[in-house]
Design a protein. Structure first.
Length: 353
């Protein structure tokens, strides 16, 4: 690709979609679900517990509220199932050191492989894998694991209930929530899906996503173990966020993810370095949560920046970052991006041969 071609490719990362779908219900329920628990918990002097519930709301983000009941329940199940499973598994593995990390990598690989079975399975896997890494980072070895799970599930429930209540209220005052397109129905039977998946598993193409993900996660774990004094667990999270099921050396979404993640880490760390008052922090969390659904349908770079800022605030527990944490996360973001792009290039050539 020529220099002008690369610049054109890079410039696409900043394009803002004019066809974005703005759903007021989703915006409000996102703000309530993510910032509400933090506000209540901060008022009682337990901000970190509230941020665990905020993590649950973050996990359920993107579940469509404007569908029919049947499609809506399916959407909620697709969103909550991976989130709850990832949270429970992370809590059970907390405190088990390298063995827990090995299990996490194996489960991520298994989820990636199962994602090839069908489109809903791929969506569930795409949710489960990063949630597992985030939850494992958030729970900590000395945390109240049962309490952590309950708070996360509470945040999920609050977001779903608030979204349903807001949708009913919206209709009651004469408006209708934005109706999203129904999921495309598939005519494939279960037997046909299994047969297709089995055929795919006899080819490298059926394993390439799983292998790329696991190789990058293993390398990221070795790097983290080799430099334990640094906060390189962020490399694993970067890998799970950047890795796409389809191989493309440097896809637009990867550029957007890398830039958004790096900027999100930088902006949030600089904001937290001044240790803002708790309620200022929660106000920022509410603003970010409200902007998140809009950015998701408009520009993936902006969405990645907002998502990263929310993750950093939740994982840091609203505290000022430790010395060196900013640079560690920025370096980890770049390392994760190099690992993903490198694997994409190698496997892209292998699959073609």
């Amino acid at each position: 690709m020529s220099s002008s071609g690369w610049w054109s490719h890079f410039a696409k990362a900043f394009l803002w979609s004019a066809e974005n779908r703005i759903d007021r219900v989703e915006i409000l329920s996102s703000a309530i679900g993510i910032a509400g628990p933090a506000l209540l918990a901060a008022a009682m002097g337990h901000l970190q517990s509230g941020l665990a519930a905020s993590l649950g709301a973050l996990m359920i983000g993107g579940v469509v509220q404007g569908l029919t009941w049947q499609a809506g329940l399916q959407s909620v199940a697709t969103g909550t199932g991976p989130a709850v499973a990832a949270t429970v598994i992370a809590a059970l593995l907390a405190g088990h050191g390298w063995a827990a990390e090995a299990v996490i990598i194996a489960l991520a690989g298994a989820a990636a492989l199962f994602g090839g079975y069908s489109r809903p399975a791929a969506i569930a896997a795409a949710r489960f894998i990063p949630y597992l890494i985030i939850a494992a980072s958030a729970v900590g070895p000395t945390s109240n694991r049962i309490g952590f799970v309950l708070f996360v599930i509470g945040g999920i429930a609050l977001t779903i209930v608030s979204g349903a209540a807001l949708a009913m209220l919206w209709r009651a005052i004469g408006y209708s929530p934005t109706i999203a397109a129904e999921p495309t129905a598939t005519t494939s039977t279960t037997a046909q899906k299994w047969a297709r998946w089995r055929r795919l598993l006899w080819q490298l193409a059926g394993w390439q996503f799983t292998l790329r993900l696991m190789i990058c996660l293993v390398l990221a774990t070795f790097i983290r173990i080799a430099w334990p004094e640094h906060h390189f667990f962020w490399i694993l999270l970067t890998v799970t966020l950047l890795m796409e099921r389809q191989i493309e050396p440097v896809p637009i979404k990867t550029i957007q993810r890398v830039l958004g993640t790096a900027l999100g880490v930088l902006v949030t760390a600089l904001f937290l370095l001044h240790w803002p008052p708790t309620f200022v922090l929660i106000a920022l969390l509410a603003l970010l949560a409200a902007a998140r659904p809009v950015a998701r349908s408009s520009n993936y770079l902006a969405y990645s920046l907002i998502q990263t800022m929310i993750i950093v605030i939740i994982l840091d527990g609203g505290r000022a970052p430790e010395a060196g944490l900013l640079w560690d996360r920025l370096i980890a973001t770049l390392i994760g991006a190099v690992l993903v792009v490198g694997c994409n290039v190698v496997f892209g050539r292998l699959v073609k041969t």
